[in-house]
Design a protein. Structure first.
Length: 300
């Protein structure tokens, strides 16, 4: 490895770096990626279940010919023997792992790992705090669809309070000149939950004809002991159903970080709509994460 650069949140990258990263991701889509992680041991340490992010990072590492080691909490001493996170980080580095991709249910936990890990650490989601690589792939996807994000009005709808995706993506989209709107009930969205410039709206129906892109978010039931809003009330006010689908622009992209809940935040017909770009997000995630890993390990 030539660098020990890490990514804990989206502010760790400049816009110039992100532009170059996106250019490289597009190059990876057109021709074989370099073997830039050949001989590099990459550890994926996920303390929360994950399909998209975990497999996406594995694919990105293998695309760059990295040596991939997938770790689960049950395999580690901290699960039953009281080892601390920082001790785990030191041990993994001493074993030869140079790139550590980590997800943890507690905000700040990945930063603790990074502080003790003498290598490259990537935050794959820490609690409700941040998810920088999802912000990158969502911005990349929206940029490809809309062309120019400056002046675009992008609405995030749903459980914004507990969405690490929204917390990172909103800030990045604002950096690229987009106007970001948060839509949801007060139990999922208060002023403290979003950047100061984000407009907070309660009326989903009122924004449908005045947006350039729509990001639907999952209600994160696992974050609650008891739901603060009745399912029926939430569906009536915030579900993207057939009637609302008919009222958004004919070319307005619809995104979702996944996993999506059919019958809760979206209905089945959304998945068949040409404006639904979930598959593009997932595919782009591999390319963007591969470009990111190349950048963090080797620079440009």
């Amino acid at each position: 490895m030539t660098t020990t650069r890490s990514l804990l949140d989206i502010d760790d990258l400049t816009n110039e770096e992100i532009d170059a990263l996106f250019t490289r991701a597009r190059e990876f889509a057109r021709r074989p990626a370099p073997r830039s992680l050949e001989g590099v041991f990459c550890g994926n340490l996920f303390f929360e279940q994950s399909t998209r992010t975990h497999v996406s990072f594995q694919c990105a590492q293998m695309l760059l010919s990295g040596n991939v080691i997938n770790l689960t909490p049950a395999q580690l001493s901290l699960a039953t023997k009281g080892e601390r996170l920082d001790d785990t980080a030191v041990t993994l580095r001493a074993l030869g792992i140079e790139v550590l991709v980590a997800r943890h249910p507690r905000a700040g936990a990945v930063a603790e790992l990074a502080a003790a890990f003498d290598g490259c650490t990537v935050n794959a989601g820490d609690g409700t705090n941040a998810h920088p690589t999802q912000a990158l792939l969502d911005t990349f996807t929206l940029g490809d669809i809309l062309g120019d994000l400056r002046g675009a009005r992008i609405a995030f709808v749903g459980d914004i309070r507990h969405s690490r995706v929204a917390h990172s993506s909103m800030r990045l989209l604002q950096r690229y000149g987009a106007t970001v709107v948060g839509v949801g009930p007060e139990c999922f969205l208060a002023r403290a939950d979003v950047p100061p410039e984000v407009e907070i709206l309660r009326d989903f129906d009122g924004v449908l004809g005045d947006i350039d892109a729509l990001v639907m978010l999952r209600v994160q039931r696992e974050r609650f002991e008891s739901m603060p809003i009745d399912d029926g009330a939430y569906i009536a006010a915030y579900q993207l159903d057939d009637e609302r689908l008919a009222r958004i622009g004919a070319r307005t992209p619809i995104l979702h970080p996944g996993p999506y809940n059919r019958g809760m935040e979206i209905v089945e017909s959304v998945l068949r709509d040409a404006r639904w770009h979930y598959r593009d997000q997932v595919s782009n995630g591999v390319l963007v994460r591969a470009a990111l890993l190349h950048h963090l390990v080797h620079g440009w």
